[in-house]
Structure formats: structure tokens, C-alpha cells
Design a protein around this ligand. Structure first.
Ligand SMILES: *Cc1c(COP(=O)(O)O)cnc(C)c1O
Length: 422
């Protein structure tokens, strides 16, 4: 084979890179536990959990077995007019573990699609009620909901991808990013979101937000009171609430779902990322009976149906991953990671390059004063035996829950080394 890295560099896009001047990519040959092995034999502790998915670590016997057992039965079958045990088992588990009232499940292939489906559900709901003018969304700045067009339209309008697609994206209503951090009282600006409801409620189908943690839009944590405020306003003004738990679901924040910190039940909830323990691509949009039944009140059907909907392999490994999560010690693990991240990142707060440090659940963030040089920092991280992928001004960790205190310390030490280079 030709030089792998060189071929990759010349022919294959990686996420958010150019074919003209790509960022370097490292060659992984295997992964086990929380470690990636590179082609040159180096082992890296993965602080990213492969973009927040691999909560149980790599190469887990239970998850491998779930896939191989299912593989002997059916790798895939169309979901139009057919059903199977892995899909039903997964839907049952999701309904049982999710906030009250969510009892209808649409399975799809990725998080962005789960968001598209949520948006369609909300718009179809109001259409079926004879209120087609209720077709816009309200969201907050600093959000990230995915890369497809509907999802992009509710990402942050400045840091998101709007300027590249002006005129193509639907125009939604944006409130400022929630200001109050966890434990802090709401600010006047936060409470000001009410004005947007007063002005726009007649054209709003739904509010869509990431509960308590804004992920790829800035790794920002905000108060439960803001989520409760939005929930109350949705009820008052008769607007649906969509919670995007794709990053936060399955225990990442210390509750199974972040909205449980606030006792807020959404009408529609999006799940993805950690659902299969990082094994296969699978997402879900859950909804309550009001929306599920309501959207067909005019005799219509939900207008979505991907080719690989409810793929049996993905459903089977999702079931096994959820069983592993629920039978395990995730809550204690996440709490311990939170405590260690809080202490160890605090040491960097006064570093001259640092603007803020923060930790919530198994998420730890160093926010620099300026955007950081990604390729340079990655070299430092790889040389330090860890895998951390910064973006913009953020150097952050979202490690597997099974990361040991010693491994976590190696990750936070490497973050310190990276800071020294800035
Ligand atoms: C990652 C993410 C998405 C998009 O999921 P994909 O599987 O990458 O399409 C949507 N919303 C949130 C909050 C995410 O973190």
C-alpha cells in the first residue's frame, strides 16, 4: 500500500478541514480500554472518548459480543414494514430510562438527523393543528445541533456556519447565550428571553436547546434555572420544547440526562453519540404522546425514513451499552472525574494564557484567551502520551467514564504542558 498518511492527506477529507492545507492526522491501528495505539507503537490515553461516545472504553467484551451475536442473525434489514428484537429492545430501554412522558421513538443514523427529525415533528405538529404559521424555532446563541441544514440553522449564528450559507438557511429566533452559570442566579439578560416569546409566540413551533451544557458551540455550562425558565415559557405560550441531549445523554453530566438536574421534561428529546458506547452510528428522537399523536391529527404521517433506520447491529450494541451503563457504577465514576477535574484544572486558572477553567460532570474545560494552534498542541499531546483535540480557544476533556485517576492526572498534566507552550 502507498504511504497511508500521505494518501489520506491527498485524498480524504477529515472533519472541518481543507484539501489544500489539511491538519495532520495520526494513524491509529487499534484501541483498547482508554488507550489508542498508533502505527509507531505509541499509546495515547484518549481524553475525547472519540467525540464523547466511548463511555465504556474501547474493545469491551460485552459490546463486541452483542455485535457478533447479532451479526450471525441479521446485519441489516429494511425497517419499512419489518421490525426486529434489537429495535424493540432499544426503544423499550430508551423509554424506560428517559424522562417521564417520552414514549415514542424514531431511530435514525446520526445526531444531526435526530435533530432534523425533531424539527420536522414540531413543524408537522402545528401543521396538523391547523397552525402552519407556527414553523420557526427559538434557540440560544452558542448552540451546536449538527451539520445538516435544519440543524445548522439553529447553531450559533456567528461561530456556527451561517455566513457560508446565508440565504439558504431558514431564519430562526435567537436569544443571547444563557449567562447564569450553574448555581448562579439568572441575570436580567437571561430573564429578557421572555420578550422574544411575547413577540414571536404566534410563529414559533418549538424551542430547541442543549440542556445545561452547550457542547461544540463553546463547552459552556449554564444554570438549571434558565432551562426551567424556558420550560415555563414554552408552557405559558404553547410552544414545544426540544432538548438536544446528544452530547449530554447517558450520564455525562452526572444524571442519565442533563434535563433531570432541572426536573424539566421535554416534548421532544434527541439522543445520539454515547448511545452505542461509540461502536456504531445510531441516534434517536423521542417524543411524548401529545406530539406523536398530534402530528397525525390531520391524517398525515411523519415524513422521514432513512435507509439504515434501526440498523440491527447498531441497535443490538446500543442495548448492550445501555445495559452495561445501568448495571455499572457510572454515577460514582462521573462524580469522581468531576471532582478530580475541578481540583486539577483549578491549578491553571491563573495561567496568563487562560481565560477560564470549568468542570461539570465528566467534562473539563480550559478556555484560553485566544484561539489555540491545534496542530502544535496535538503534537505536544501525542508526545505526552495523550489524545486531546482542542478547538478554537478550548482545550477540553470528555474522557471515558472508566478512566482511572492516574490516567486522568496524565491528561490534565498534558493540558498544563500545552499551556506552557502558548
Ligand atoms: C454531536 C452533536 C450533534 C450532531 O451529531 P452527529 O452524530 O455528529 O450528527 C447534535 N447535537 C449535539 C448537542 C451534539 O453534540
Amino acid at each position: 500500500m502507498t504511504n497511508l498518511i500521505e494518501f489520506d492527506r491527498q485524498h480524504i477529507w477529515h472533519p472541518y478541514t481543507s484539501m489544500v492545507d489539511p491538519l495532520p492526522a495520526y494513524h491509529v491501528t487499534s484501541a483498547d480500554g482508554v488507550e489508542l495505539t498508533l502505527a509507531d507503537g505509541r499509546k495515547l490515553i484518549d481524553g475525547m472518548a472519540s467525540w464523547w461516545c466511548v463511555i465504556h472504553g474501547y474493545n469491551r467484551a460485552e459490546l463486541n459480543a452483542a455485535i457478533t451475536e447479532q451479526l450471525e442473525k441479521t446485519a441489516h434489514v429494511m425497517f419499512g414494514g419489518l421490525t426486529h428484537e434489537p429495535a424493540v429492545g432499544l426503544a423499550e430501554r430508551l423509554i424506560n430510562m428517559s424522562p417521564q412522558g417520552l414514549e415514542h421513538v424514531f431511530l435514525s443514523d446520526s445526531g444531526s438527523i435526530a435533530v432534523e427529525v425533531a424539527i420536522k415533528m414540531a413543524i408537522q405538529y402545528w401543521g396538523a393543528k391547523g397552525r402552519p404559521e407556527k414553523s420557526r424555532l427559538l434557540t440560544v446563541e452558542g448552540a451546536y445541533h449538527g451539520d445538516t441544514f435544519g440543524a445548522m440553522s439553529v447553531c450559533d449564528p456567528v461561530n456556527g456556519m451561517h455566513e457560508r450559507f446565508t440565504g439558504v438557511l431558514p431564519q430562526h429566533v435567537f436569544a443571547p447565550r444563557p449567562e447564569a452559570r450553574p448555581g448562579e442566579p439568572l441575570t436580567d439578560q437571561d430573564r429578557g428571553v421572555r420578550t422574544l416569546f411575547e413577540q414571536h409566540h404566534n410563529e414559533l413551533a418549538a424551542v430547541i436547546v442543549e440542556p445545561l451544557v452547550q457542547g461544540a458551540g463553546g463547552m459552556w455550562f449554564y444554570s438549571v434555572d434558565y432551562l426551567r425558565l424556558l420550560h415555563g415559557l414554552c408552557k405559558e405560550f404553547d410552544i414545544l420544547l426540544i432538548l438536544d441531549e446528544i452530547a449530554t445523554g447517558f450520564g455525562r453530566t452526572g444524571e442519565l440526562f442533563a434535563c433531570l438536574h432541572a426536573n424539566v421534561e421535554p416534548d421532544i428529546m434527541c439522543l445520539g453519540k454515547a448511545m452505542t458506547g461509540g461502536y456504531l452510528t445510531q441516534a434517536a428522537t423521542l417524543t411524548n404522546a401529545k406530539v406523536a399523536k398530534g402530528l397525525s391529527e390531520d391524517g398525515g404521517v411523519l415524513m422521514h425514513g432513512p435507509t439504515f433506520m434501526a440498523n440491527p447491529l447498531a441497535c443490538a450494541v446500543a442495548c448492550a451499552s445501555i445495559d452495561l451503563l445501568l448495571a455499572g457504577d457510572w454515577q460514582a465514576q462521573v462524580r469522581a472525574i468531576e471532582a478530580q477535574l475541578t481540583t486539577e484544572l483549578e491549578a491553571y486558572r491563573d495561567h496568563p494564557a487562560v481565560k477560564d477553567v470549568r468542570a461539570f460532570g465528566a467534562i473539563g474545560v480550559i478556555q484560553a484567551k485566544e484561539p489555540v494552534p491545534v496542530a502544535d498542541l496535538q503534537r505536544i499531546f501525542v508526545d505526552s502520551g495523550v489524545w486531546i483535540r482542542p478547538f478554537s480557544d478550548l482545550i477540553y476533556l470528555m474522557p471515558p467514564y472508566v478512566t482511572t485517576p492516574a490516567q486522568l492526572a496524565q491528561l490534565t498534566n498534558a493540558m498544563g504542558k500545552a499551556l506552557e507552550s502558548l
